[in-house]
Structures are given as C-alpha cells and as structure tokens.
Design a protein around this ligand. Structure first.
Ligand SMILES: Cc1ncc(C[n+]2csc(CCOP(=O)(O)OP(=O)(O)O)c2C)c(N)n1
Ligand SMILES: [Mg+2]
Length: 671
C-alpha cells in the first residue's frame, strides 16, 4: 500500500489527481463537472494500470474489509493533501487531456458565461476556439445544467451573428454574446460591434486568437484586435492566462453594461483555451452588477426650477440603458407635468406612440413642424440621446456647439456630456435613476396646449403619404402600413436596417411599449433579417415583422436559414424597388441624371424564401397585401418558419413626399 502511494504521488504531477484515485471519494466532492473530471481521471489511471481497486485486488491484498479501511485512511490523507495544494500558486499545463482536477481555459469561459446568466450565444464556429465549443458540449450534457442551458445559435455569416447578439442586447438589456473565429470571422463580425457601439447596446464579442507561441508573426489569420476594434468597442482585451479568465469575463460584463452600455471584445489565444488550471486555483466569481450614476438632489431641484419657468419645453428621449420601469416613470413624468415627448432617431419605442403626449421622432425625415417646434422651444430636456448628427438634423435643429435653446442634457456617460453641446445643465445619470427622480416631481406647470398642438401635428404627418394621393399607384405603401397596424398586436417587434423603405415604418407605424423597435442608429444595412430572427428567438410568443429593402435584405438574407433551423417564424416585408434607393435619391439630388452603381437585378425573393423552407409571396396591388399578410402571419405562427412578402413597386416612389423625378427636376432646375 505504502509503495503504491509513493509510486502514485511521484509518477504524476501530484496535485488533486490523487483525489481522483478513489471512485468512492466522488461523494465528498462538490458536484458539477468535477465528477466528470474524476471519471475522466480515473479512466486515465486505469489506462496506466493504476486503478486502485483492481491493483489492490490483483495484489491479493488482504481482505475487502482491510481495503475499505485503507481507503478511508487514504481518503483523509488526500483531503488534507488537497487543502495543502490549494495554498500553492496556480498550476497550468498546456495538455488538452490533463488528468488532473482542472478546468481548461475553454471550460472556464463557459463556466463564466453561466455564472453571468448567459442563456444564448450567437456565432459561427472556428477551429481557433474548439475548447470553448467542447466546453459547450460538456455544459449541454451536464444534467445539473438542465434548468439553465446555454443555447448556441449557429449562424451562416458572422455579420448575422454579431447583429443577432446586438439585437439580443437591445431586447434584454443583458450583453448579447457572440463567438467568432480569428481574422475572417472577426472582420465579418465588425459591423455588429460598430452598431452596438453607436446604439449603446451591451454586447461581448469573443474571438479565437493565434496562440501566444506564434503571436506577432502575422500567423494564420492573425489580427491584433486591440488595434482593430480600438475605436468601436468600449474595451478590447486578450486573455493570455487561463487562471485570469474569470477576472476578464467579469470585467467584460461590467464594462458592457455600466455607464453608457456598449460592446466589449475579448480575444482568446488558442493555447490559453487549452491551458488547465487546478480547481483550487480558480478564483471565485460573482454575477456582474451594472453601475450607473444618479443626479444629485441639487441637480433635480435646478432642473425643476428651469422647467417651471419654461414656456415651450420639449422632452427628447433616446440612447441606451433604458428598461421598462424607466419608460413607465418617464411616461408618468410626462403625464404629471403634461409635457410633449419626442423620441430620438430609432429610439421611437421609448414612449408609447399611441400616448397623447407623444409628438413624433427626431431623425431622418423629421416632421418639419416638429423640427420647427424644437427650434422654437425655450427648453429642451434631452434624456438619454447622444444628440448626434441624425437626431439634430446635422447639428441644425440644435445648433452646435452652443444651442439657441436652453438645453438640459442627461446622459449615462459623463464623457458624452459636453462633447458637442455646451448645455445649460449636464446631468450624468442612468436612465432608471433619472426617470424615477423625474416621476416623483410635483406638478411644475402645465403645457397642455403645446402637447395638443404637437400631437395634432404628429397625427397630421401620418395621414396618407402625398405621393399616393392621386390614387394612381398600384401598390400604396402607406396603406400597407395601415393594414399592418390593424393586423398585429401592440407588442409586435418591428425590425429594419437602412434604406429609404425604412421611412414607411418610422413615419407611419406606431411603436408600442419599450423594445418594439429594433433598428440600427448606425444606419447599417443588413440588420433587418438577423435582428428579426434574434427577436423571434428571444420572444417566440411575439409577432416579429421585418422591413427589409431589396439591397438590404441581400446583405444577411442567409440568416433565414438560421430562422428555419431554430423555428423562428419571422415575417419579412421585402420592399423591392430594384435599386439601392437611398443612394439613387442622393445621386439625383447632387448629380441629376447621372445614375451609376445603384441599379439592382434581383433574384426571385419569394422563391428564395421558399428554398429556405419558408413561405414566399409577391404583392403588386394594394388590395393583395392584407390577405397576404394574414397568410404570412398564420404560416409563421403555425409552422414556426419564416414568411416573406415581396412588395414590388415603382422605384420612382422614393419617399412619402417626393418621387425621384421630382427630386431630379428640382436639382436640374437649380443647376
Ligand atoms: C452596410 C452598409 N453599406 C452601405 C450603406 C449605404 N447605403 C445606405 S442606404 C443604401 C441603399 C439601401 O438599399 P435598399 O435596401 O434597397 O433600400 P431602398 O433605399 O431602396 O429602400 C446604401 C447602399 C449602408 N448604410 N450600410
Ligand atoms: Mg431598394
């Protein structure tokens, strides 16, 4: 027995492996994957002919009773030995099949995700992060995880993955998680990271990376992600040691969700993912806890005093970091004070569009009356928006850097305050914090007349689009949106990317509660389909409608395969005008009659949707739309597959108010 013990302790890198020798010891150890390790290690010992029980028996060692006693003594020794090991510095090995009681870098990543409550990952696999994939397999097959399984949604292009993760972040307020491979995977994913940055969406992108042994040689697919993502992520880091995985991942969640939410990028060198860390040396980890600032009492009092004096105040909502409670508080604030509320570009769902105090969105194609109202306002209270180019009409509705109006700018990020606008008051606060404070204010005034007039102007701006008024167009897109509004429930999620067709949603649809709109403020094409599919995966019970352009759809239409694979019955309205319409519009305005690079020869979209297993229809007449929509809604609901309706219309109908011909003629007239 003693000989065996010496042999055993010296033949291996001793450490907790000793524990694994006795099958019976399993019961003394914590549950989770450790038992698997024990089984694995025991199996390994058996391979070496060192299975304790069998050796003992083969050696004819006394009786079974003696064996049991020896086992208990041995066991006590091992527990003490293990405590001793816990006091040693980390032990790491690069072996992928370490027989010690360890976790690999890949396993630690998945452990960390589980601790932080991740339920869904979007990604495209790569050989650069195989240990993570294997850890996901282990996780999936661990009976202890049945209540909290992590779904790995496999995409068809990393742009789709990153967009889906971004959409997940928007929908849930939790970081969207995306895994991609090095070089090509990372470059494909960049569009989603940029979108998350501009849209202030929490997201974490994990990228497989070249091993540290080859780094900086421009090894296969090597990129330095700190430099590549430096400008479009809140934080970019590379985890070089497996024993620091938990520290890095905890910080990633913390950074992605605190202050102004945004994307974090973590690179995972291959060798780190295969390193094993002794269990005793894995640091403990707590669930992240997002941190937001709050306005001081003095600031709330000053804001109140300014509001009480204002004659024509306007509230503009926008930015990241909102939740339903914050939206409800702002609604309460607006009702108590009777204030007009507008929403920034593509943040239209922060305030119920049906509410009497909602007066429209401040973005591309803004209602001119609303633009004028903001210009003439004597107090703009901007709660959350960055006040970027799109929300300020190119820094004209609010002149930069010192606006004519009195401005109170409230933002989650101290660095955003005063970046462009030198406001009268700058308040650094999270949205839930400021919203709760504002909802608790006593009545400071009543701007009922302003609200009623502004609301009337909003509604007037939603009546039939001028280009359809003559009734000559076979397919009236304004009527399409009216039919859509009538057919879908208030919690329907509407998604879109970029292009002129998005105006039909932004201007004529009425968004309901928070997170009924998924649209990139970054103006990125290709977002419509992945965000729609992600929305349906996150909320299978809700209706999801995607507004896609014929150009825009083709950038990530392949994700309909993902929709089919995961039973995501999204309904796609495909606006086919045979061109990159927005660019053509700008072309005619700037260089009339000199069209180049904007014409599209399209595939049969309906047949394409059917090829993915979905349904596909073409609509060319207004009256065809409502029944086609009913069929699409029923198909997507019953079959849990995507349904596509191609809206084929005259490309001349470029905006609700002007045709391409009209834009060209104006441009020619001014030349
Ligand atoms: C990824 C990306 N590439 C290019 C652009 C520039 N861009 C903006 S809108 C647009 C055309 C969109 O065409 P389509 O989807 O057909 O919509 P339409 O304007 O015709 O309604 C282009 C090319 C962009 N915003 N994003
Ligand atoms: Mg188009």
């Amino acid at each position: 027995m003693a000989l065996f013990l010496v042999l055993y302790l010296t033949a291996f890198d001793g450490r907790p492996l000793t524990v694994t020798l006795l099958y019976g010891v399993r019961t003394f150890l914590p549950p989770y994957a450790i038992c698997k390790q024990i089984d694995k290690a025991s199996g390994c010992l058996a391979c070496f002919g060192l299975d304790f029980n069998s050796i003992a028996l083969q050696a004819g060692s006394k009786s079974a009773a003696n064996l049991a006693v020896s086992s208990v003594v041995f066991c006590n020794f091992l527990i003490g030995y293990r405590l001793f090991l816990a006091s040693l510095p980390p032990v790491m090995s690069n072996s992928t099949s370490s027989p010690t009681l360890t976790r690999s870098g890949g396993q630690l990543i998945v452990d960390a995700l589980q601790i932080h409550g991740v339920d869904t990952i979007f990604g495209v696999p790569g050989e650069s992060y195989l240990p993570v994939l294997d850890a996901l397999h282990e996780h999936k097959n661990n009976p202890g995880n049945i209540k909290a399984p992590i779904r790995f949604i496999i995409n068809r292009q990393e742009g789709g993955s990153a967009y889906m993760a971004e959409a997940y972040g928007k929908l849930t307020g939790k970081p969207g998680i995306c895994f991609v491979t090095r070089g090509p995977g990372a470059t494909n994913a960049s569009i989603g990271v940029h979108t998350a940055y501009q849209d202030s969406t929490p997201m974490i992108l994990f990228i497989g990376q070249v091993g540290n042994d080859f780094v900086e040689r421009e090894a296969f697919q090597e990129i330095d992600y700190r430099r590549m993502y430096g400008q479009m992520a809140k934080w970019v880091a590379q985890i070089d040691r497996a024993d620091r995985v938990h520290e890095y991942v905890a910080r990633a969640f913390q950074v992605a969700t605190s202050g102004r939410p945004g994307p974090v990028v973590l690179a995972l060198p291959e060798d780190m993912l295969s390193q094993h860390v002794a269990l005793a040396n894995i640091p403990a980890m707590r669930h992240y806890s997002a941190v937001q600032a709050s306005a001081s009492q003095a600031q709330i009092e000053e804001l109140s005093a300014r509001l009480a004096k204002a004659k024509r105040p306007v509230v503009i909502l926008g930015g990241g970091g909102w939740n339903t409670a914050a939206c409800n508080h702002i609604q309460r604030f607006a009702e108590i004070q009777n204030l007009p509320v507008a929403c920034a570009f593509r943040f239209q769902d922060l305030f119920d569009n049906q509410h009497a105090n909602y007066i429209g969105d401040v973005g591309i194609g803004i209602n001119p009356k609303l633009a004028e109202r903001i210009k003439q306002s004597d107090l703009v209270i901007a709660i959350g928006p960055r006040l970027g180019e799109m929300t300020t009409g190119g820094y004209s509705i609010l002149e930069a850097p010192v606006p004519k109006q009195s401005l109170i700018h409230i933002h989650t990020d101290a660095l955003e305050l005063g970046r462009v606008y030198q406001a009268d008051m700058l308040i650094n606060s999270g949205m839930p914090q400021i919203a709760a404070s504002l909802a608790a204010l006593p009545v400071l005034g009543n701007w009922q007349a302003n609200v009623e007039q502004a609301r009337a102007e909003y509604i007037a701006n939603q009546t039939e689009a001028p280009i359809f008024k003559d009734g000559k167009q076979p397919l009236n897109l304004w009527q399409v949106v009216q039919d859509l509004r009538a057919a879908v429930p208030a919690d329907t999620i509407i998604t879109n990317g970029a292009g002129n067709h998005t105006t039909w949603a932004h201007r004529y649809y009425r968004y309901g509660q928070m997170r009924t709109q998924l649209a990139p403020t970054s103006g990125a094409m290709g977002y419509s389909v992945p965000s729609g599919v992600a929305a349906k995966i996150v909320h299978p019970e809700r209706t999801v409608i995607t507004f896609a352009g014929d150009g825009e759809f083709m950038m990530n239409g392949q994700e309909l395969a993902t929709a089919a694979q995961y039973g995501a019955g999204v309904v796609v309205l495909l606006f086919n005008n045979g061109m990159y319409g927005t660019i053509r519009m700008h072309q005619e305005r700037e260089f009339p009659n000199r069209q180049v690079g904007t014409e599209l020869h399209n595939p049969d979209f309906a047949a394409l949707a059917r090829a993915y297993g979905g349904s596909g229809e073409v609509v060319t007449q207004t009256a065809e739309f409502a029944p086609a929509l009913r069929r699409a809604l029923a198909f997507s609901r019953d079959k849990k597959l995507p349904a596509l309706i191609e809206l084929r219309y005259d490309g001349n109908l470029i905006t609700p108010g002007a045709t391409l011909d009209a834009i060209r003629n104006v441009a020619l007239g001014s030349k």
